[in-house]
Design a protein around this ligand. Structure first.
Ligand code: DX5
Ligand code: ZN
Length: 218
């Protein structure tokens, strides 16, 4: 039986109650905590940086899944490793020397993820798919929580699954953006291994129940 991994996205948390939100994640069935770093250049929004990452890293008992929406993410590999990240994901569109960056992330002791914007085809990963631990498909244009899910993602997951199998890759497929009650089962059916969800979890009346629901999908 396939086990769906769930990664709540901290971007939608109540930042005035960050400690309480992380404690809620700690006692939940969530597998990872997803953290979005934005620079106002690669995406039209700014979120949080290392002071928050490090503070959350000290309290959070779940592995940190850090999603960089910034230009030159390679400059921050060591700092991200020091903050205790398990996974460092960088955008294909932001990395000129993606192969080098992937290996530097792994050398720093983290798992390496590559993120594709909705307009980037999975075929660009042909030559690195065996070297990455995870591919994160954006199912919204990156930068904001609470956006509408882009339907093309469902077919895109199937195309990525074919590429992974054809190349004998062990990469996990993660999906980020507009994941909620209705889209989540279809994403899992199409082959997603990891579901990121911000609004659906943190704005829920009971986030623990929202997490349980996503965990129940297979
Ligand atoms: C968007 C971020 C997402 C965001 C998802 O650029 O990468 O992680 O928090 O938010 P929801 O799940 O609300 O669409
Ligand atoms: Zn994200």
């Amino acid at each position: 039986m396939k086990r769906t991994l769930v990664a709540p996205s901290l971007l939608s948390a109540d930042f005035l109650n960050l400690k309480g939100e992380v404690e809620m994640i700690n006692k939940s069935k969530a597998d990872w905590l997803h953290m979005d770093v934005m620079d106002g250049v690669f995406v039209p929004n700014i979120s949080f940086g290392f002071p928050i990452l490090e503070a959350v890293g000290r309290l959070c008992t779940k592995p940190l899944d850090v999603h960089f929406m910034i230009v030159h993410p390679e400059k921050y590999i060591n700092q991200t490793a020091k903050a205790g990240a398990m996974m460092m994901s960088v955008h294909y569109e932001a990395c000129v020397h993606l192969h080098r960056t992937i290996f530097q992330i792994r050398e720093a002791g983290m798992k390496a993820g590559v993120v594709l914007n909705p307009s980037t085809p999975v075929s660009v990963l042909e030559d690195v798919i065996r070297d990455v631990d995870l591919v994160l498909l954006m199912s919204v244009n990156p930068g904001f929580g609470g956006q509408k899910f882009i339907e093309n993602t469902i077919d895109k997951i199937a195309r990525l699954r074919n590429l992974i199998d054809a190349r004998n890759s062990k990469a996990l497929i993660e999906v980020d953006g507009g994941v909620q009650k209705e889209t989540a089962p279809r994403l899992v059916k199409s082959g997603a291994d990891v579901l990121v969800a911000g609004n659906y979890i943190f704005k829920a009346e009971n986030p623990l129940i929202a997490i349980d629901y996503l965990k129940s999908l297979d």
